[in-house]
Design a protein. Sequence first.
Length: 434
Amino acid sequence: MDVVGAHEVTAVGGDWADLAKELTSTPEERIVVNMGPQHPSTHGVLRLILELDGETVTEARAGIGFLHTGIEKNMEFRTYTQGVTFCTRMDYLTPMMQEAAFCLAVEKLLGVTDQIPERASAIRVLMMEFTRLVSHFVCLGTGGMEMGATTPMEYAFRGREWIFEIIEMVTGLRMNNAYIRPGGVAQDLPPGVFDKIRENLPKIRRDIAEIEKLLVENPVVKGRMKDVGYLDLSGCMALGITGPMLRAAGYPHDLRKTDPYCGYEKYEFDVITANTCDAYGRMMVRLGEMHQSIRIIEQVTDELQANPGPVMIEDKKIAWPAQLAIGSDGMGNSLDHIKEIMGSSMESLIHHFKLVTEGFRVPPGQTYVPIESAKGELGVHLVSDGGTRPYRAHFRDPGFNNLQSVAAMCEGGQVADVIVAVASIDPVLGGVDR
């Protein structure tokens, strides 16, 4: 900042200098405003640069990178198993999705996809569908609140709590679980979990029904969401948009059906679509998907209860200990399990130590594995140089790709509609910035 005269100050720096030049070069009068980075309706630290002509948005640009964590780079310096604890923290509303996609990619590089126990795959499906419900609950609840309706948020977060009770019972944590591991899952389902699931599912259904009553036929909601954030199928295809946004444009693309993984082909469910191409249609698709997730959960629960079995691959060169059991003090591992590892032989103790500290080796090569996350196609590109750590780990986060549509959906609309359009994308900036 330079003091030019007694009462004259010239401010320089950032991109505002460039924007000021643009303003003076055009004859029409316009305003350029920042929406964010800290704004309650940007689902994280997102900066939207809006050029306004009165209340009309003439140009919209998304500025990302404020939440950059370096997760992908950090994963290059950790073993493949340790990498799970990083990627689970990206999109913090879909931790199990990221864990599953990463582990499927590791298993594909190892060439052991067919050796993963069926029970482990079924548990992964169970956890992913609960995670889909959590993500959609938060999307619908916060979306309603951003339009001025606080009650949907109350029901959404109550429904989320019923799910977190189950997830915490299974994994020990509500979020950032690191439960899905290369080769299977960290531990089998605990006693009483099936009773808990059957106890909580009716409560989750009730909260979904309450949200539907509040939103679906509400004339105010329809007025705020119909024909807002419009993006047709050709626009979705051009921008690489996937998930509920694509299905709301009428295209029934769901990787659980078109390219099944973890045994999704065994379960009956419908791919929900709409043909409105707007924010209202995306809300309806998410509500429909929640009912389908419960449908899958019921089928998986019956399957898991009827078919006990191992939850970790048999290959001891890959398998992290999955026979975890809480000790009598409620912490750590049981004495029996510690005795098994440390008391059987010196060789087994050395192997356990090397597996945990150094990790397993993955043959050289690269792979790309996509799954259907709550927000769209979540892809993992892994490159191995033959060592115990990824040479490169890159994630195609659906929120990152879907956020490209901000300009297409917002330009020509009103300032107030920007909030509805961004909420209908459902971006989580932890996944966008990585």
